[in-house]
Ligand binder design. Sequence first.
Ligand code: CAA
Length: 249
Amino acid sequence: MENKVAMVTGGTGGLGTAICRALHDQGFIVAAGYNSGGNHAKAQAWQDKQKEAGYDIHITYGDVTDHESCLKSMLHIEEVTGQTIDVLVNNAGITRDGQFRKMSYEQWHDVLSANLDSMFHTTRLVINNMVERGWGRVINISSVNAQKGQFGQCNYSAAKAGIHGFTKALAQEVARKGVTVNTVSPGYIKTAMVKKIAPEVQEKICAGIPVGRFGTPEEIGRVVSFLADDKSAYITGADISVNGGLHMF
Ligand code: CAA
C-alpha cells in the first residue's frame, strides 16, 4: 500500500500505537493524531520511541470534539505528506463509566462528543477527497459493549452503537465510489482504558471471556490493516468482532 496516507486518531494510545504500526508494516505513510490534553512533549517522546523501533510515523495534534481543530490537524498532515488522506481510522475514544442513575450530563456528553460526534468532525473532512479519487477506507473502532451493552456504560454503549449506524449509512453512500466504510468492535484489550477498571471487576470480566484472556492491541491492528488493504474492496458496512468470544451473535 505504498504512497497512500493513513491517519489514525488517538494514534499514540494503546490501540492506536498497534494500529499505526500495523499500517506502517503494510507500507502506508502513517500519521497519528493525538490530544493528550495538549501534552506535545509526550507525543514527541512517543514519536521518538516509534522511530527507535523502526516506525517513522508523523504526529498531529487535534481535538476530535472540535471541527476546526480536526481541520487544522488534517491540513497539517496534508502539508507534511504532500497528499490527502486515503485511510482514516477513527480510533480516538474515552470512557466515563458509572451507573446511569448516578451519571452526570457531563459524563454523558463527554463520551458522546468524543466517541460519536467525532465521526462527523473527522470523516466529513476526508470523505469528499476519497470519493473524488475513487479510493478510500474509513475504519471506525467501536466496541463489544456497543453490541451487548455493559453495566456502567450507558454513555459509551450508546456512542459506540451509534458508530455502527453511521458506518452502515455512509458505506451505502460511497459504495460505488471505491470507498469502503467498516467497523471493528474490539472486546477487552490490554490497554490503559481496561486497566482503569477495578481489578476485581476485571477478573470477573476476564472469567466470562471464552478465550480466557484479554486481547492484545496487535490483534486489533491486524484486522484494521486487513480492512485497509486494496484487496478488501468488497467488504463494506461490516462490523468485525475481535472479542475472544465474549459476545457471539
Ligand atoms: N451487572 C449487574 N450488577 C452489577 C454489575 C453487573 N455487571 N456490576 C456491578 N453490579 C452491581 C454490584 O453488584 C453493586 O450492587 P449492590 O449495590 O446491590 O451491591 C453495584 O452494581 C455497584 O454499585 P457501585 O455504586 O459500586 O457502582 P458504580 O456506579 O460505582 O459503578 C462501575 C461501578 C464503575 C460501573 C463498575 O461496575 C465497573 O467498572 N464496571 C465495568 C465497566 C466496564 O466494563 N467498562 C469497560 C471499560 S473498557 C472499554 O470500554 C473498552 C471496550 O470497548 C471494551
